[in-house]
Design a protein. Sequence first.
Length: 57
Amino acid sequence: MAEKKAYPLRINTKVLDAVQRWADDELRSVNAQIEYVLREALRKQGRLKKPEENGDD
């Protein structure tokens, strides 16, 4: 399993509310949803290897 690191995040209230609704729809926590969105964006840009290549979920 990949190591996790805490990181404080300042985020616009409206953006956070939208992420919360999205996370609720997909049965994730807000934290997990933010990480999922970031991971997918990084993969699409070729900045993160696919899960089978780097051991991520």
